[in-house]
Design a protein around this ligand. Structure first.
Ligand SMILES: [Zn+2]
Length: 380
């Protein structure tokens, strides 16, 4: 066992690399050097301009993987921060900086937990990407595809996203809803408002179509999931004239869906509704769907119990097992192995003065230590 790592100091070292997606700014090198010192075999997997890292220590089964991202969102109005977002000072026991919550501190906590743990009867690995906050095309998705193609055995994965809702350790994520965006363009025929028979107004067609889509109750929920919901996010016509029927009307919508649906089944439904709305209309309706993630649920069982138990060992309270919130890279990892997400309190992520109490970074390190101990006791 090498010298124990201080998770707060290591989080600071990572935050001081301004790795705003897609920039890496040396963050992955900082992590790789530390993991190599701990005896990990590191593989850089670069796709496009994105740095990714898969690191593993040990060759035996089971292989417990920690997944996360070194990239961060932009700082926004830098002048509004009370500290330089990439200086990462500790002020009154609170670490302030971009990535303090989402999620460089969690990476640091897991590295520190490994450094403090006896070598387990099995393997520990890291799957770290520099493209989680961006379009996420050259990140975890590609690494997972490569690991599956190689037959790399990964038995279970823990993602260090900030899952705690309001108090440290109050929530872990055992699933996520899926997400689909769809652009709908109705192309009609432009004309004078006084002569509607010579034109085809796309607006009523679009409005009626959106009303019909919005009216469907998608479901009443699914096991631990809230009901699926469809939200129209914009309607654009951009017609400056009062006497012109416009040629085109566009809208965009987003559906967050539970495992009652798939991206394909919802796409099919949208296509059918668009076709029906276009009947008798002297124009056409174009649908462009984009599925950004399928819904998934890691079924209750020993792995979820290990994760929840690790939090309870440190906080004294069992965390809620939730499927709420947006998407994360867990949506890609689910095709590799069962996945659970557990980390810091997420309230300041993506905000000005993103921050985490150092006591909670230290507590998360203890949680991950307990996770490693419980995991190999249960699965070795
Ligand atoms: Zn994140």
């Amino acid at each position: 066992m090498t010298a124990a790592i201080d998770p707060v100091a290591f989080a600071q070292a990572l935050i001081r690399r301004p790795s705003v997606t897609p920039a890496d700014a040396g963050a992955m090198d900082v992590l790789q050097r530390q993991l190599e010192q701990l005896g990990f075999a590191c593989r850089r997997m670069k796709y496009g301009e994105i740095e990714n890292l898969y690191a593993r220590r040990g060759t035996a089964s089971p292989n417990l993987c920690f997944a996360g991202h070194t990239d961060v969102v932009p700082v926004g109005d830098a002048a509004a921060w009370s500290q330089d977002p990439f200086e990462a000072p500790v002020v009154n026991g609170v670490l302030i900086g971009r990535g303090a919550v989402d999620m460089k501190s969690a990476i640091a906590a897991f590295v520190a937990a490994v450094s403090r743990s006896p070598a387990p009867d099995g393997s520990i690995s890291f799957l770290i990407t520099g493209d989680e906050e961006g379009v996420a095309l050259d990140g975890t998705k590609k690494v997972v595809e490569a690991l599956i193609a190689e037959g790399e055995p990964v038995d279970h994965c823990v993602v260090g996203e900030p899952t705690s809702a309001t108090a440290f350790g109050d929530m872990i994520k055992v699933g996520r809803r899926g997400s689909i965006n769809a652009w709908i363009t109705v192309e009609g025929v432009q004309g004078h408002v006084a002569y509607p028979h010579r034109s085809a107004n796309p607006i009523p067609v679009l409005v009626n179509l959106l009303a019909k889509l919005q009216a469907r109750v998608l479901d009443d929920g699914y096991q631990d999931f809230q009901p699926s919901n469809l939200e129209v996010t914009t309607i654009d016509v951009g017609n400056p004239a009062t006497n012109v029927i416009p040629a085109t009307a566009r809208a965009r919508l987003n559906i967050r869906f539970n495992p009652n649906h798939t991206g394909a089944s919802l796409t099919e439904w949208l296509q059918a509704e668009c076709a029906a709305a276009g009947e008798g209309f002297n124009g056409r309706i174009v649908l462009e769907p984009l599925v950004s993630g399928e819904a998934f649920l890691t079924e209750p069982g020993p792995f979820i119990d290990v994760a929840a138990g690790a939090f309870e060992d440190v906080t004294g309270h069992p965390p809620e097992r939730s499927t709420s919130g947006g998407t994360s890279d867990a949506r890609f990892i689910r095709s590799l192995c069962p996945v659970v997400e557990m980390g810091l309190v997420g309230t300041t992520m993506h905000q000005i003065d993103e921050r985490a109490p150092t006591a909670e970074i230290e507590a998360l390190t203890k949680v991950y230590e307990r996770l490693i101990a419980r995991y190999f006791a249960a699965f070795s």
